[in-house]
Design a protein around this ligand. Structure first.
Ligand code: OGA
Ligand code: NI
Length: 359
């Protein structure tokens, strides 16, 4: 902690030690949020995006005919990944009940018997299944986010089912299966969008690690004073996000915050920092955040393709085939582990971690 934050350390710690997360505060019917959750003044003055018919919206890509019009879809992905870093996909072939099951599983986990839930609470990232509130509770210099989360690595070394809470076990395993198949297709299309062979990104082990993080955003009595998730870009190659219909996710695009409007059955796909790095900025990892709301609990399920904190000696830099005299490498080489350690230490503070590796 920096000295300036020291006065809130004990408050953060007291909150942490309840092991009840933000949901515990809401269940206690608090009417004013503790100060550790307060965003710096002015941060949310741009909360409501300007809405006019001409405003750009995040691309929606229909995968229904991916087998017949692959080239057209690759073109769309190239545009979305290069200009937005975000897109939504529909008709991607995952049964709706798989998505409903995981959303139900996440709700069951957070709303289950408190003592059982607390037994999963930990700050030890080496634990298989990690439930807590704000991974960066002690490191972020911004406010604490109005959300609780659980995380689990589902690959490369899948958990034994018994290591997962019974209320969401089957749903997590099933969801992982489907997100992995969709990931295979997405990495193929992204490789093609770069003009590389279809299996290039997969051969680079972009899919080796799969980290699932499930978020629970309780309703907030003062939603204008806090935020669900602070501004950040993702520490991954690619992220597949399942959000419910509540809304609140925004991306920073050309100096504006743009809503990622929920679409029933759609998934949100975003480029992470590592894909920006290895594509030498051909694809961009866009900053995003989640706003709080007064009335509804929001649930989201993020699937990160990254080995993240796991030991992994592979070194990543800009892909040689994409470089030329006119397009020299913009980043130095890194390991995912080194990157992730620094990213976690910094916390979600609205600054880019990737920029530290610029040449
Ligand atoms: C994330 C994230 C968005 C959401 O987990 O990195 O941006 O809607 N989540 O929860
Ligand atoms: Ni994110």
């Amino acid at each position: 902690m920096e000295t300036k934050d020291f006065d809130t350390y004990s408050e953060r710690k007291a909150f942490d030690e309840t092991k009840e997360g933000v949901k515990g505060l809401v269940d206690a019917h608090i009417t004013e949020i503790p100060r550790i959750f307060r965003v710096p003044q002015g941060t949310l003055s741009d909360k409501k995006p300007s809405v006019s018919a001409s405003d750009p919206t995040i691309p929606i890509i229909d995968f229904a005919d991916v087998h017949v019009s692959r080239e057209r879809i690759v073109e769309k992905i190239k545009d979305a990944a290069g200009n937005w870093g975000f897109f939504q996909v529909i008709n991607y072939g995952v049964p709706l009940n798989v998505l409903e099951e995981i959303q139900g599983g996440v709700r069951r986990f957070f709303e289950q018997d408190l003592e059982v839930k607390k037994s999963y609470f930990t700050r030890d990232a080496a634990k298989r299944f990690v439930y807590n509130s704000n991974f960066d509770l002690y490191s972020s210099s911004l406010c604490v986010g109005w959300r609780d989360s659980f995380a689990c690595y589902m690959a490369p070394d899948p958990p034994n089912p018994e290591e997962l809470p019974v209320v969401c076990r089957d749903a997590m395993i099933e969801h992982t299966k489907h997100m992995t198949s969709l990931g295979v297709l997405l990495f193929e299309l992204l490789s093609e969008a770069l003009g590389l062979s279809s299996d290039k990104l997969k051969r680079m082990d972009c899919m080796k690690g799969f980290l699932m993080i499930c978020h629970y955003y309780p309703p907030c009595p003062q939603p204008d004073l806090t935020i669900g998730t602070n501004n950040h870009s993702d520490n991954s190659f690619l992220t597949i996000l399942l959000q419910d219909q509540v809304g609140g996710l925004q991306i920073h695009h050309q100096d504006h915050w743009v809503d990622v409007t929920p679409i029933p059955g759609a998934l949100v796909i975003n480029i992470g920092d590592f894909l920006q790095l290895i594509t030498n900025d051909k694809f961009i990892s866009a900053e995003h955040r989640v706003l709080s709301n007064r009335n509804e609990t929001r649930i989201s399920v993020a699937s990160f393709f990254s080995t993240s904190m796991l030991p992994n000696a592979t070194v990543y830099g800009p892909i040689k085939e994409l470089l030329s005299e006119e397009n020299p490498p913009k980043y130095r080489e890194i390991t995912l582990e080194e990157y992730t350690k620094g990213y976690f230490k910094k916390g979600l503070d609205g600054t880019s971690y990737l920029s530290n590796f610029k040449l």
